[in-house]
Ligand binder design. Structure first.
Ligand code: FAD
Length: 528
């Protein structure tokens, strides 16, 4: 496996590039005033870093070596740096600068539940801190020990717990070890004809245990549900023993312990195993692209879709700003593509009355038998049309599907050019989506203006429910300078999060709370 980056997203050697996207550089210059040809920063060189020494007491090392065997107890500097934090923008900025506060003293890799339990017991005996580590893709600051932590800090990496243990075919439930990464999980299930169907954008670099501990959502949640719907049984090693939650389809036994573990962010114990829903691999899977005249039309169409009898797997509508960004990301359009897109724009403007600067790109996903997909496409097509929308075929959807796991690399590309970019996501009711969208837009633009920076905010709806949906905001700006970057990021991020809180939405729909969203900059009276 290629080495993971200690300073950025994904693997060493894999990077985002604008070279094959001719419209991106002018778009970035125009929207945040940044010239992508000018690199102004780079991650520090690893050899030059001032890495605090491990403070692992010899007695604890011995106990950990007995728990998991010597090769799986690591005080290696790179290992400790990689396990120090997740991938929030705050994490990336500080890692790139080589600013380390409290690194773990040791990284331990148990092979199974017994070794996890032995590790926890060794930690208890030594009054040490245990931080479970899945893929390290946390965006909420929940992997880092406090700077003033004086006890030994143990990062427990679950990567060796990566097996699908068995499948109960008649109940469509699989027993799976919690350290399995997305691709390895799907690979094992595919071999047996099943899929889990949980595809967060961080799929390649996150694990089942991490998804459970953060109440994650994948792009196909409209069909498969959020992780909280998909997990039935759990095994959790806690300081006082192993908690076993049996896999039953439903229960009326009082407040739900299962729900307490979901979203517990490593605070209750280490999840070692989960029993989860699996489904047969569908015959057909298709994502179609649509255009709507305005964001409100797209939201109304998704609301009606959620209220209808139709079943789709993906619902996503970008606002005009995100639509323009998506067009700017197009890979070297051929002359034919350009002619086609000019003809489409002319058709939309003249025949359908679209203002092309306000139009919104949407995706709707379909899964199932050929017949089911064909009938759903027809019915949903009629619904979309009632909201002024137009189907533009499977090309844009297929491209989005292929590229979605590459997009996260863009944050490192922007940081190299002095531009922080990050996300904030929430959920609210259908009736409150547009007011919330307007409030967040005002708040973010107000923050950019107060800072005197050129910023860009874009948004999409994803994950539709009976009562409402998730709104996912992405922002970027040209920072005043390297030293100001983190402070400026905090101003923008807090303005957006405060707007969620003040306007009846949740702090986070699927990124969890951690320290990043815990509300330290927010008015606590209004947090929901
Ligand atoms: C670019 C990017 C894109 C993202 N896209 C999505 C998305 O589409 N959907 C989404 O839901 N999230 C997304 N995230 C957020 C992140 O990937 C999720 O929070 C994910 O669920 C974390 O899983 P992980 O295995 O990486 O956990 P980690 O980051 O290792 O840990 C996260 C938290 O869970 C705890 N934890 C991990 N494993 C266990 C365990 N076995 N037992 C107990 N506690 C544990 C950790 O202690 C920590 O508190 C994204 C993040 C990034 C950076």
């Amino acid at each position: 496996m290629p080495a993971a980056k200690w300073w950025g997203w994904g693997y060493e050697g894999v990077e985002f590039s604008d070279e094959d996207k001719p419209e991106l550089a002018p778009f970035i210059a125009d929207s945040i005033g940044v010239d992508v040809r000018r690199k102004v920063a780079a991650p520090a060189r690893f050899e030059k870093l001032d890495i605090p020494d491990s403070r692992l007491p010899p007695g604890l090392r011995l106990a950990l070596e007995q728990a998991v065997q010597t090769p799986y107890v690591s005080t290696d500097r790179l290992d400790r740096v990689i396990h120090a934090r997740g991938k929030s923008l705050r994490d990336l900025i500080r890692q790139r600068r080589g600013e380390f506060a409290r690194l773990p003293d040791v990284v331990v890799r148990p092979a199974g539940e017994e070794e996890v339990a032995a590790t926890v017991q060794a930690a208890l005996q030594a009054d040490a801190v245990v931080i479970p580590f899945g893929g390290g893709s946390s965006i909420s600051g929940s992997l880092e020990a406090p700077a003033d932590e004086t006890r030994p800090v143990i990062s427990v990496d679950l990567e060796r717990l990566d097996q699908v243990l068995d499948i109960d075919a008649s109940s469509r439930l699989a027993r799976v070890q919690a350290g399995v990464f997305g691709p390895r999980l799907e690979e094992q299930l595919t071999a047996l004809g099943y899929t889990f169907g949980h595809f967060p954008d961080s799929f390649a670099h996150s694990t089942l245990g991490g998804w459970i501990a953060t109440r994650s959502s994948g792009m196909q949640s409209d069909r498969y549900g959020d992780i909280a719907d998909m997990v039935k049984g759990l095994r959790v090693v806690t300081p006082s023993g192993t908690l076993v939650i049996r896999p039953v389809p439903a229960t009326s036994t009082g407040p739900s312990v299962r729900q307490m573990v979901l979203g517990s962010e490593g605070r209750l114990g280490i999840i070692t195993e989960a029993t989860v829903h699996v489904r047969r691999i569908p015959t057909q899977r298709k994502i179609l692209g649509y255009l709507f005249p305005a964001f409100a039309d797209g939201l109304a169409a998704m609301r009606d879709l959620a209220a209808s009898e139709y079943s789709v797997s993906v619902t996503r509508v970008s606002d005009p700003n995100e639509t323009q960004f998506s067009f700017a990301m197009r890979v070297s359009p051929t002359l034919a593509d350009k002619a086609q897109s000019a003809a489409l724009k002319a058709y939309l403007a003249r025949r359908l009355g679209f203002d092309v600067s306000k139009m919104c790109l949407a995706f709707i996903g379909y899964e199932g038998s050929d017949r089911h997909v064909a009938s759903q496409r027809r019915s949903v097509g009629r619904l979309v049309k009632r909201h002024g929308g137009l189907c533009i075929g499977s090309g844009p959807g297929a491209l989005y599907d292929q590229k979605k796991f590459d997009i996260p690399y863009i944050r490192d590309f922007l940081l190299d050019r002095g531009a922080p970019g990050d996300v904030s996501e929430t959920a609210t009711t259908w009736s409150n989506l547009m007011p919330l969208y307007d409030a967040v837009t005002t708040a973010a633009n107000g923050a950019f203006a107060d800072l005197g920076v050129q910023g860009y905010l874009m948004c999409h709806l994803s994950h539709s429910y009976h009562a409402g949906a998730c709104l996912y905001f992405t922002f970027a700006f040209g920072a005043s300078g390297q030293d100001e970057m983190l402070g400026e990021y905090e101003v923008v991020k807090s303005a957006i999060q405060q707007a969620f809180v003040d306007n009846g939405a949740t702090l986070s729909h699927h990124h969890a709370v951690g320290t990043e969203h815990a509300g330290k900059h927010l008015n606590p009276g209004k947090i929901v």
